[in-house]
Write a protein of this length. Structure first.
Length: 210
């Protein structure tokens, strides 16, 4: 199987859909955001380079990201393809990817800017199983208990605040959205309206991946 790319603005629901696509296709999720956050908390060289950009809501330099991805796809679980989440985010990243891995589908989740700030500012994840929740739109079924694993251990991202969200959206429009045309011209771009119930979006995405 070839690799797929999940594309869309911050807060579009890429992480939520990634978990569902992973369960049904078996493709491992490769999230550059998660990898960078792990590097920052571990205090690695990559983490030190990335931290100030992430705190400001700016993109981390391409060479840092490309090195991270090259290492990641050498892992044994990546032999049959992966699902990239949050990568590529610039044309140079997409060019680098095209040299190391074949992408069969770019799954674009589209959500208007007006919805993004409220989505991101209320979101939190289970620290044990990574399930994604939202204070208003997807609260846990039982107060303070994860729906999937019963944990009471939740976390919120440091960059999920209003001013950083605006910088992240700006970076998306300036640097990442031009990739849509780049992939459209390669006939592998599949857009989905992300402003709908989560299950509907999953069903539509899985139907093109069959
Ligand atoms: P979101 O899509 O919600 O903004 P991510 O978890 O994908 O969040 O990324 C968080 C931050 O990590 C970004 O704001 C950026 O600083 C950095 N980052 C993640 N992926 C990349 C990438 N492919 N290129 C450059 N920076 C990235
Ligand atoms: Zn959980």
């Amino acid at each position: 199987m070839k690799s797929i790319v999940l594309f869309g603005p911050p807060g579009a629901g890429k992480g939520t859909q990634a978990q569902r696509i992973m369960n049904s296709t078996g493709l491992p999720q490769v999230s550059t955001g998660d990898m960078l956050r792990a590097a920052v908390s571990a205090g690695t060289e990559t983490g030190v380079k990335a931290k100030s950009f992430m705190d400001a809501g700016e993109l981390v330099p391409d060479d840092v990201i490309i090195d991270l991805i090259k290492d990641r796809i050498k892992q044994p679980d990546a032999v049959n393809g992966v699902m990239f989440d949050g990568f590529p985010r610039t044309i140079p990243q997409a060019e680098a990817l095209s040299e190391i891995c074949e992408v069969s589908h770019v799954i674009a989740i589209e959500v208007p800017d007006s919805k993004i700030v409220e989505r991101i500012c209320g979101r939190f994840t289970c620290a044990d199983c990574s399930a994604v929740f939202h204070d208003t739109f997807k609260p846990t079924k039982v107060l303070n208990k994860c729906d999937s694993c019963d944990s009471s251990n939740f976390k919120r991202r440091a960059d999920d605040n209003e001013s950083t969200v605006l910088s992240r959206l700006n970076a998306y429009h300036e640097q990442t959205s031009p990739l849509a045309d780049w992939y459209k011209s390669r006939n592998i771009f599949y857009p989905f309206n992300g402003d709908r119930p989560i299950d509907e979006i999953t069903t539509d995405i899985l139907s093109v991946l069959q």
